[in-house]
Write a protein that binds this ligand. Sequence first.
Ligand SMILES: *Cc1c(COP(=O)(O)O)cnc(C)c1O
Length: 354
Amino acid sequence: MHEKLFTPGPTEVREENLQAMATPQIHHRSKAFSDLYAHIQTRLQQLLYTQNPVLLYTSSSTGAMESAVVNGVKKKCLNLVNGAFSKRWHQITKAHNIPCDALALDWNRAIKPDMVKEKLDSGEYDAVTVVLNETSTGMMNPVQEIAEVVQGYPDVLLFVDAVSGMSGVKIEVDNWGLDMCLAGVQKCFALPSGIAVASVSQRLLQRAEELNRGYYFNIPLMYKYHQKNQTRVTPAISQMFALKNQMDYIIDQEGLDNRFARHDRLAGIVQKWAKKHFDIYPEEGYWSKTLTCVKNTRGISVADLNKELANHHLRISNGYGDLKEQTFRIAHMGDLQVNDIYGLLSTIEDILDL
Ligand SMILES: *Cc1c(COP(=O)(O)O)cnc(C)c1O
C-alpha cells in the first residue's frame, strides 16, 4: 500500500488519472494529437480565465520559470524573493547573466504592493518575477494587488510562478494582467510530474520575438507549433492524456468554483488545527490556501512523526531547507477531500498524544 501524500508536490493522484496515462501512444504529428492538444488548450484557458495561449512544457516547473526570464527580460529583472522558490527564480536569472536585483524579505513576510512600486519607480526594470504561493513557507503573496501596481508601468512584464496554487485558487490572468502564469502539474493539478503549463501574453510574445533567445524553451518557436495545436519537440504524451482527463474532471465534474471553495475549506480546517496545537509560520493574512506551514512550537521531531505516519500509509513534509524541524508542512491541495484531512489530523493527534 502506498503512502497517501499530504506533501506539497508531488501530490496524491487519483486512480483514473494513473489509468489515463496507460492510454496507447499516439503520434505527435497526427490529427488525434492536435485534437488532444486543442482540447487541453481550451480547458487551460478556462482554468486561467484567459484568451492567452497556454504553452505546454515537457519539463518540470523550473523549466518554465527559466523560459520566462530568458525570453522576457531585456533590460533588468526585479526578482521578488521571500522563500526558496522565489529565490530560485533569482538564481536562474543570475545564472543566465541577465541583469537583476532581488527584493528580499524575511521568509515569513509577504511582498506588499507598495514595496514593488518603490522599486519600479526607479525606472530600472522591465520585468518582475513573483511566486503566488511560496511552497517553502505556506505563504500566499497578494499577486492581484502586485499586478495592479505593475500595470502602472507599461514596459514592465510580470511573471507569476503559480506552481502550488494553480487550480486550487482563482487566478484571473487577463483581468489581473499577468504576462506569464506557470505551473507544473504535480502540485495542485494532482497529476504525476513531468509537464508544466504557462500562459503567455502578447506583450511577452513580442519581447521574446525581439530577443530570440534560447532553443528548447524559445517561446516564439514554441508558439509557432502551438498555433498548429502541436508541440515543437516530442512531448510527454502520456501526461497529456492524464491532463485532459483531469481538466475535464476539474471543470465538468467538480466545477471550478467548487474546487476553489473546497481548497478554502480545507485550508480553514488545517489552519484552525495548527493554531490550536502549534502556530503558523507566515504572517497572518497571507496564509496559503493549498498548504499550511506549521511552526513547530512543541519541539516535536518531524522526522519521527513522518516515520510514524508511514505506518499509517500517510506522509507530510518537513520544513524546507533551513526551516527543517522548525516547521512542517501539511498540503491540502489537489483532489484531497475533507475526510482525508480529518483522517490525517486525527492520526497526528494520536501519534503526538495531543
Ligand atoms: C515545486 C515548486 C517549484 C519547482 O517545481 P519543479 O516542478 O520541481 O521544477 C517552483 N515553484 C514553486 C512555488 C513550487 O512549489
